[in-house]
Design a binder for this molecule. Structure first.
Ligand SMILES: C[S@@+](CC[C@H](N)C(=O)[O-])C[C@H]1O[C@@H](n2cnc3c(N)ncnc32)[C@H](O)[C@@H]1O
Length: 275
């Protein structure tokens, strides 16, 4: 039977992954029901036969490309422990920039907020946890994604989030929001990245948009006018090569104070505009 230290040295089995060491740490911690820090406190701890077998199986799945988040069924976002599954996008760390920006643009204690394409609920739940006085309406076209978002909402005990199945604005009753946020599908169907890494295991409906990935951003920017109160903000995530196009779309939709925000690698990943 192998020790923790010996198992941690198996990154060679995950050579396709650019986070092999971290992957093994997360899978091992999951199997043992311990934190990653615990692994380094007890490097000589021997795995029980059942634990070793389970870890071996999980490493085979990871070596076949399955995302770690799908294997363990969880992903941390904005310090919230979220359940994830194959119904929608695995929340990404870069989307935390959207949460940060929304909080910074809207200092109000009470606010009506709309999250379009909520998926696991990541953005809406992060905002709701930060601002108990805000009320969030989180919509998605996918019933499966909404079931997941509801499970996360309930597990986190966030009563200020309401979920609704809607194809963008179509089922949303007339209402005024001070903030509309969205991380919509924005990948071009021909993008070769769709054939690599974790995205192969995520639904196309969460990733791909027509018109070189810009169609949903445009639907959201043009549709939000009827739902935003005067002075209300629209904050949308997009691909790092789409910032100029997103600003053009926002401006054409009649939004003002339009600008893009860079991620931590200096790439424009977010565009904001105001009614
Ligand atoms: C990129 S994922 C973002 C998920 C989540 N907001 C996040 O940041 O992790 C896009 C989401 O938009 C949803 N979606 C796609 N088309 C939609 C539409 N026409 N109306 C509403 N939601 C849609 C997908 O089901 C998916 O959950």
């Amino acid at each position: 039977m192998a020790t923790i230290k010996q198992n941690l040295a198996r990154s060679g089995e995950l050579e396709h992954s650019d986070s092999a060491r971290l992957d093994i740490e997360v899978l091992l911690a999951h199997v043992l029901g311990r934190s990653r820090t615990w692994l380094y406190t007890w490097p000589e701890h021997q795995l029980a036969p059942g634990e070793q077998r389970q870890l071996d199986e999980l490493l085979v799945r990871r070596a076949a490309g399955e995302p770690v988040a799908h294997i363990i069924g969880r992903r941390e976002f904005w310090s919230l422990d979220l359940k994830v599954d194959a119904s929608t996008l695995i929340p990404r760390p870069e989307t935390e920039l959207l949460v940060e920006t929304a909080l910074e643009l809207c200092p109000r204690e009470h606010l009506q907020v709309l999250d379009l394409g909520t998926g696991s609920g990541a953005i809406a739940l992060a905002l709701a946890s930060e601002r108990p006085g805000w009320h969030l309406l989180a919509v998605d076209k996918s019933a499966e994604a909404l079931t997941l978002a509801e499970e996360n909402r309930r597990a986190l005990g966030l009563g200020n989030v309401e979920l609704l199945q809607s194809d963008w604005f179509s089922a949303i009753p007339p209402r005024q929001f001070g903030l509309v946020v969205s991380n919509p599908p924005y990948i071009d169907a021909a993008d070769p990245h769709l054939e690599r890494g974790d995205v192969r295991f995520e639904p196309r409906s969460a990733l791909v948009a027509e018109r070189a990935g810009l169609a949903d951003i445009e639907r959201i920017a043009t549709g939000c006018g009827a739902y935003l109160e005067a002075g209300g903000w629209l904050v949308v995530e997009h691909g790092w090569q789409q910032a100029a196009e997103a600003r053009r779309i926002f401006t054409a939709a009649g939004l003002r104070e339009v600008s893009s925000r860079d991620d931590y690698s200096g790439r424009g990943r977010l565009t904001v505009g105001r009614k």
